[in-house]
Design a protein around this ligand. Structure first.
Ligand SMILES: Cc1cc2nc3c(=O)[nH]c(=O)nc-3n(C[C@H](O)[C@H](O)[C@H](O)COP(=O)(O)OP(=O)(O)OC[C@H]3O[C@@H](n4cnc5c(N)ncnc54)[C@H](O)[C@@H]3O)c2cc1C
Length: 266
C-alpha cells in the first residue's frame, strides 16, 4: 500500500489579513488574536493524497510544525480522511526559517517507517518562500518536482507528472520516493463532512517535541536558521488618475499630448 505524507502549515486566516502585524525588531509575524487556518494550497496537497487513497489504497500521514493550537488543523485533515496526524511542537522550533522548518519536518518524516510520496503545497500564504518542499527533499535525499498540476501515470514506482513552467508545462518522470509541491490546478479539494468530523474525534494527533525527534537543538528554530529577514518595507501601489473630458477627438488629442509629455512617443 502507498505510504503518503502531507505537510500542512497553520497560517493566520488570510481573510483577517488586515489584522496581521509584523514585529519591527524580529520581523516575525505577530499571530496573537488571528485565528489559524489550514494553509489554503495545502488542501490541494491533501486532496491529491485522498484521491490516491480512494483509487489505489494508501495510508496518509499529515504532519505539521507549529504551536500547540496547530493541532486543530491536523485534526481537520484527519476529519477529511487522513489516517495519522503528527504535530511537531516545541519552543525550540520557534523562529524557524524555511531551512530549519524543512529540517524539522524531514526529521519527523524520517521517524515514519517508510514513505513513497511527500506532498507539500507550492507556497504558504504567510511566508511564501516556496523553499520548504525542495529543502525537505534535500534532507530526505529524494528527488523533488515543484508546481505539480497533474499526476498522469502512477502504476509503478516511476510516476509521470505535469508541472507548471512559465507559460507552459513540464512532463516529468520521477522515481519514488519523492517530494511533490502542488498547485491549485491539481484538483478540487473536498469540504468537511459531518461524519468525517465525528470519525476524527476518536483519532489522536501525535505531538512530538525536540526530545522525541532526537535532533540537535542547534539545528532547529531560530538557532538552526541561517537566514533572517533583516528589513521589510511596504511599497505603495497607488496610481495617479487623470480624467480626460471632451469629444472623442479632443480625448484622443489629450492622450497623445500626455504620451508625448511622458516621453512614450516623439
Ligand atoms: C514576511 C516574511 C518573510 C519571510 N522570509 C523568509 C526568508 O526570506 N527566508 C526564510 O528562510 N524564511 C523566511 N520567513 C520565514 C518562513 O516563512 C517560515 O520560517 C516558514 O516556516 C517556512 O517557510 P514558508 O512559510 O515560506 O513555506 P513555503 O516554502 O512557502 O511553504 C510550502 C509548503 O511547505 C509546507 N510547509 C511550510 N511550512 C510548514 C510547516 N510549518 N509545517 C508543515 N508544512 C509546512 C506546506 O506544505 C506549504 O504549502 C519569512 C516569514 C515572513 C513572515
Amino acid at each position: 500500500m502507498l505510504k503518503l505524507v502531507v505537510c500542512v502549515k497553520a497560517v493566520p486566516d488570510p481573510e483577517k489579513a488586515d489584522r496581521i502585524k509584523i514585529d519591527p525588531v524580529t520581523k516575525n509575524l505577530i499571530r496573537q488574536d488571528i485565528p489559524m487556518v489550514l494553509n489554503p494550497i495545502d488542501k490541494f496537497a491533501l486532496e491529491a493524497a485522498l484521491v490516491l487513497k480512494e483509487e489505489k489504497g494508501a495510508h496518509i500521514t499529515v504532519i505539521s510544525m507549529g504551536p500547540p493550537d496547530a493541532a486543530s488543523i491536523v485534526k481537520e485533515c484527519m476529519a477529511l480522511g487522513a489516517d495519522k496526524g503528527i504535530l511537531l511542537s516545541d519552543r525550540a522550533f520557534g523562529g524557524a526559517d524555511a531551512f530549519a522548518t524543512a529540517f524539522t519536518l524531514a526529521s519527523g518524516i524520517k521517524k515514519l517507517e517508510e514513505f513513497d510520496v511527500v506532498f507539500c503545497g507550492m507556497a504558504s500564504s504567510d511566508g511564501a518562500t516556496e523553499w520548504v518542499g525542495p529543502q525537505i527533499a534535500n534532507f530526505l535525499d529524494t528527488p523533488v518536482v515543484t508546481m505539480v498540476k497533474a499526476i498522469e501515470e502512477n502504476e509503478d514506482l516511476t510516476w509521470t507528472v505535469r508541472a507548471d513552467f512559465d507559460n507552459g508545462y513540464r512532463r516529468v518522470k520521477v522515481q519514488l520516493p519523492c517530494v511533490f509541491t502542488v498547485t491549485r490546478d491539481l484538483n478540487t479539494p473536498r469540504t468537511l463532512s459531518f461524519s468525517g468530523i465525528i470519525k476524527a474525534r476518536k483519532k489522536q494527533v501525535d505531538i512530538l517535541g525536540l526530545e522525541q525527534l532526537g535532533v540537535d537543538p542547534e539545528k532547529v528554530g531560530a538557532k538552526g536558521s541561517p537566514t533572517i529577514v533583516s528589513d521589510m518595507e511596504i511599497t505603495s501601489n497607488t496610481r495617479e488618475t487623470t480624467m480626460i473630458q471632451g469629444t472623442l477627438e479632443e480625448k484622443a488629442d489629450a492622450v497623445l499630448e500626455l504620451l508625448k509629455d511622458f516621453g512614450s512617443i516623439g
